[in-house]
Each structure stands twice: as C-alpha cells, then as structure tokens.
Write a protein that binds this ligand. Structure first.
Ligand SMILES: *Cc1c(COP(=O)(O)O)cnc(C)c1O
Length: 465
C-alpha cells in the first residue's frame, strides 16, 4: 500500500471546515456532511490501496467531489448502462421516455385524480385511467393493472383458480428471476397443480387427459421467458389450448411475462406473442409486465373477459398489490405511444434500443472510439452480440457493436471499477482485458457523459506525472 499517498489525504476537520462546504452544512447538517466526507475518504483509501488512484486530490478538489456527489445525496442513483443488456434487471429494467418521465414528475408534484371521478365529483377508481387504452391495444373486453406481473399472476390464479385443479406443462414450470417460481406461486395462490407432458414435449392429448381424468378445470400457459428448450420440443399453442378448455367448460389463463404490444415483426424480430394475439387465439385472461418489452414502469397488466377481470378487481388481495400513481402516470404515456407501432419504436427507449441494427451501434461506437482515441486511450469498434435481458426472448442475440477500450495506466478491471465509481456510475463489461462500452443501451446524453469521464481521467493521469 502506498503509505506516502495515504499520508497526503487531508484531515477530516480541514474538509469539514472548508469554505466550499459551508453552504452544504447549512443546507443539510454538519453530521451529514461529515458522513459524506468520511465516505469519500474511505473510497479514496481503497482506490489508493488497489492502485486505481495514484495521486491524492487537493482539498478543494475533494470538496467539489463531495459537493457533486451530494447533489441528491441519494442511495438510489441514475447510472449509465453500457452493458448492452437492454432490460437489465439489476439496473432497473426499462428506462422511461422523456414524456413518460415528465408526466410522472407532473403528477408527483401535486395532487391528482387517482381515485376521484372528475365528472361526477365523487370517488373514482384507480383502475379506470388506463383500462380503455389496454383494451384498445389488446382487444380485451376489460383490463386492470397491479403492482407487477408476479402480483398479476398471483391474483389471476387466486381469483380464478383457487381450489381448482390447474393443468400446466412440465416445460413451463420455470423459475424466473430467482424468486418467482411458477409451482410455488400456484401453490400459494391456492391452485392445485396438475403437471402434464414432459420437460421438452407436451401434446394436446396431455391437456385433454388432465381435464378428463384428473379433474383440471383451468389450463395455465406460462411464457418460459429466461429459459429456452431447444432440440426436440413441442408445446401446445394457445389456440389449441383454449379449444380444449372450452370443450370441457374450463378456462385458459396465460402468463405472457414479457410481450410486445404489436406484432414483433415491426422490430425485425420473429419471436414472441403479443397480448392481442394471445387473446384472439382464445385465452380468457392474459397478464404481462409493464417494464419488460412494454418498456414502461413496473406494473402487471391483466386483460381479458369482463366477467373474469371484474372478479379479479373484487378480490381483496388486489388492495395489497395495487399500482401506485407514479407508475400509472408513466404507464399511461407508454400505452398511448404503443397504439401505433412506429410511434412506439420511436418514443419508447426499450423498443428504440431493440430496433437498433448493428450498423446503428457501429456508428455510435465509432463516434465514441474517435473521441476516446483523441484523449489518448486505445479504443476500437468490435462486433458483439447484445441481449434483450429481463428474462425476455431467451437465446436471441442482437447483432451489435461496442467500443473496446484500454489504457496504459490502468488494467481493464481497474478501469471498469473507476467507471463504476463515478458520480454517474458507468456499468460495463470486461472482455479480453478491455472494457466494452455498448452504445445500444445508452440513454440521451450518456455518450457525452462517458467522454467527459474519460477526459477527466486522462487529465488526472497527466497531472500525476
Ligand atoms: C418476468 C415474469 C414474471 C414476473 O414479472 P414481474 O413484472 O417481474 O413481477 C412472471 N412471469 C413471467 C413469465 C415473466 O417473464
């Protein structure tokens, strides 16, 4: 460890009484500023220890660092996703469009008619705001929205399948995101699981047998999301499933997990079923996430036959899973944008990212490389494959390009760490001793932000020489 550097770190009291921080002490508290200084100094010690910092910033620089970090002082922070994983669950899945974020902020700043009927001047329902939009998008008779899709699946089963035998293919008894396990959700909802078929193949006759011989009255289909079975596989499409269910006076429920609001061909993709397709194929109720391919706020959307949706609404457990006004504010904008596929792809960040071609990625990666080379870094464009993420469209590779960056004064892992410890952290992957920055997942202004971080890095290195 570099003892000489560690000794150069300014004393706490010197920083705490620094004129630059006086205002912050006034605005917050001396204790809060002390904690912020402590954190900054500890980070500095760690950075010196692992060699990622080789000169100690002067007290003024440190104060500015603390000031900029104290902008929000929040633990939950905006980060730059340079991983190329579009629906990165660890990074908050879908970023909102500027319009959706503006609407959310507008609603947040005051009161709203969340449960107030403006025409009649009396109590209204929070479920009314987006029902018509969802019905227009999916062709459903009725719809409602809850906190997330896990909640939607639970409510759907708890309301429509409690105490009933529910047939599901063994190939669809999946675990999603580590904590959502289909068999366990079914059990907790009070539905009785009737497994049919095998892991790789399930036939129509398996469902028929479940209804005729094992007393199943509900057929459940679950999109396998983060899991693909390849080779000799067979699953029963929802139109066949619903035909079997109808013939036995049963229900077909479908957890789509992640789905586009329009035929996926618009994005040049050939996978995935939309809610509209599933409903027109005969599903009685479908549910899906608001913040996967829909590209909006966290939400679980339920759509289907009116009598069934009404029943779900009346379930007391709905109260525990209700959607909040901020998600609703963002969701309404995304639903409106989704009415027209071209508008959706232009406006919804997730869809715009998915629609990027390798050529689009290359153009941005080239721009980034040019600027980074200008700052003295080694950077070149390489072809990569990005992922959709979020347990959507497994196995689908998005042909992409990224900037592969290295420098002579930091190892790839030290560089990755420096990027990650910025005020606006940059999250990247390492490949073959280089840091990969994938432009597919950049949001507005991210590219320039990355360049300015590298500029500061090269300046700091020059100063320390
Ligand atoms: C993602 C997913 C869920 C859970 O949805 P959340 O919105 O994360 O709660 C449930 N079922 C399927 C099939 C999924 O893909």
């Amino acid at each position: 460890m570099n003892q000489a550097l560690l000794r150069q770190i300014p004393k706490m009291d010197l920083l705490l009484d620094h004129p630059l921080l006086a205002d912050l002490c006034q605005r917050t508290s001396r204790a809060a500023v002390k904690a912020a200084i402590q954190e900054t100094l500890q980070q500095l010690r760690r950075d010196i220890a692992d060699g990622s910092v080789r000169s100690v910033p002067d007290p003024e620089q440190l104060c500015r660092q603390i000031l900029s970090g104290a902008d929000t002082g929040c633990h939950l922070r905006r980060v730059i996703n340079a991983t190329g994983v579009v629906l990165h669950t660890n990074l908050g899945r879908a970023p909102l469009s500027p319009e959706a974020a503006d609407n959310l902020s507008r609603i947040a700043r005051g009161y709203c008619n969340l449960e107030y009927d403006l025409d009649r001047g009396c109590r209204g329902s929070r479920y009314d705001h987006v029902e018509e939009l969802i019905c227009r998008l999916t062709g459903a008779e009725a719809a409602m929205v809850v906190n997330n899709n896990a909640g939607a699946v639970f409510l759907m089963l708890n309301t429509l399948a409690r105490g009933k035998n529910v047939a599901i293919s063994r190939g669809e008894l999946v675990e999603i995101g580590g904590s959502f396990r289909v068999p366990e959700i079914m059990e907790q909802s009070g539905a009785r699981l009737v497994e049919v078929g095998t892991t790789n193949k399930t036939h129509p006759r398996d469902y028929e047998a479940a209804m005729e011989e094992k007393g199943a009255t509900v057929l459940l289909k679950v999109h396998t999301s983060n899991f693909a079975i390849i080779g000799f596989t067979e699953s029963v499409p929802v139109d066949t499933l619903s035909r079997i269910a109808r013939a036995h006076e049963g229900l077909t429920l479908y957890d789509l997990g992640s789905c586009f609001q329009f035929p996926c061909e618009y994005l040049g993709l050939h996978e995935g079923e939309s809610a509209a397709q599933a409903l027109s194929a005969g599903a009685d109720v479908v549910c899906f996430s608001g913040d996967k391919l829909m590209g909006s706020a966290q939400a679980g959307i339920l759509a289907g036959r009116k009598a069934l949706i009404d029943q779900i609404r009346r379930n007391h457990l709905t109260r525990m899973l209700r959607i909040d006004k901020l998600s609703l504010a963002a969701l309404e904008i995304a639903l409106r944008d989704s009415l027209d596929p071209q508008t959706a792809i232009r406006k919804i960040p997730t869809l715009r990212m998915l629609a990027m071609t390798r050529e689009d990625c290359r153009t941005q990666a080239q721009d980034l490389c040019r600027q980074l080379c200008g700052l003295g870094f080694a950077a070149e464009v390489i072809d990569t494959d990005d992922e959709v993420g979020g347990g959507s469209l497994p196995g689908l590779r998005l042909p992409s390009a990224a900037a592969a960056v290295s420098c002579d004064f930091l190892t790839a892992s030290a560089l990755e760490k420096v990027l990650r410890s910025q005020e606006m952290p940059i999250i990247s992957h390492i490949q073959k001793d280089r840091v990969l920055l994938s432009p597919r997942t950049f949001c507005e202004g991210d590219l320039q932000q990355i360049v300015s971080v590298f500029a500061a890095l090269s300046q700091k290195e020059a100063d320390s020489r």
